[in-house]
Design a protein around this ligand. Structure first.
Ligand code: GDP
Length: 304
């Protein structure tokens, strides 16, 4: 399965380290827990979430008096799964398609290079395949080639892309895209945006202008603001999540490029720390490699 394959590196990195720790040790003691803590942190689970996981295991050790290192895998798996399950906001079904909003307005934000355009293309393709009428708005008018890349996806999937070219006003693109989506009786309209995080005030103004303008057509738009994060950047993804949630109301997360990285633990940390659901994960280049995030499957796959 592509999830298992996509998480291979994280899994290998994590478990090869874990098995080294427990070699020659029979019980879970302070040393084992200290090393486990280091492994979790180096797998980009994040300090806060790591501490939570270690506390949980300490509680188990205290309760059961004695835990063998053979049991550690299983316990870790249970505790991570429970930790994620506690965060109800991360219980995701594919909310976009079942929505009663028509058209459903999905605005996508994120810095350059995280896989934003690719994620939009993959989503558009999946929604289209599921029988939805999709319209795209090429609102990343800042990054060279972003508009062309989106147009290419549109051609490939066979859906309209509204574009005004490069260096044009993204709000005006968003307005036209939403308007066309209404006129064409579309189910979903996905709006790309530029993510220039180094100019925070500009970004904030730009995103609120885009929202304001689309609200002239659909007062409660956007119905979802999806922040795309690059999972292979580990702690940077945390920082971007913090920054973006300061400048705009983010309602969902997509974490990409989990294949090819051992930093997949970032999904656990982000899912635990931000009260924003991780809705999608990217585990490869193919369209179907953008998957709806399922906590249980994710943890199962890590511990398989
Ligand atoms: P943008 O600047 O955020 O729009 O980034 P792009 O969508 O252009 O993506 C940057 C690169 O990341 C492209 O080469 C994508 O094919 C690649 N990419 C995006 N998502 C994934 C993923 O889940 N796995 C892998 N391996 N590559 C990805």
């Amino acid at each position: 399965e592509s999830l298992d394959k996509g998480l291979e590196k994280t899994k290998e990195g994590f478990f090869s380290k874990l098995s080294r720790v427990v070699v020659g040790k029979s019980k879970v003691d302070e040393d084992v827990l200290d090393e486990l803590e280091e492994i979790l942190i180096s797998s980009d689970v994040g300090v806060e979430t790591t501490i939570k996981i270690i506390r949980r295991i300490e509680d188990r050790v205290a309760k059961d008096k004695f835990l063998t290192t053979n049991e550690l895998d299983g316990i870790l798996r249970e505790e991570i799964a429970e930790l994620l399950a506690e965060n109800k906001s991360s219980d995701v079904e594919n909310a976009f398609i079942k929505s009663d909003k028509k058209p459903f307005v999905l605005m996508v934000v994120g810095v350059n290079g995280v896989g934003k355009t690719t994620t939009i293309g993959k989503l558009a393709s999946q929604f289209h395949q599921a029988g939805n009428k999709v319209v795209l708005g090429a609102g990343d008018t800042f990054r060279a080639a972003a508009v062309d890349q989106l147009k290419l996806w549109g051609q490939r999937v066979g859906i309209p892309v509204i574009d005004h070219g490069m260096n044009t006003d993204p709000a005006s693109v968003a307005y036209d895209a939403v308007k066309q989506a209404v006129e064409q009786d579309a189910d979903i309209v996905i709006i790309d945006t530029a993510g220039r995080l180094h100019t925070k005030v500009n970004l904030m103004n730009e995103l609120s202008k885009i929202k304001r303008v689309m609200q002239k057509v659909i007062p409660d738009a956007p119905h979802e603001v999806l922040l795309v994060l690059d999972g292979s950047t580990g702690q940077n993804a945390f920082i971007q999540a913090q920054e973006f949630t300061k400048v705009t109301e983010v309602t969902a997360l997509a974490i990409t490029k989990l294949d090819g990285t051992a930093k997949g633990g970032v999904v656990i940390g982000i899912s635990d720390q931000f009260k924003i659901p991780v809705k999608y994960i990217g585990v490869g280049e193919k369209i179907e490699d953008l998957q709806v995030f399922n906590k249980k499957e994710f943890v199962d796959s890590l511990f398989k």
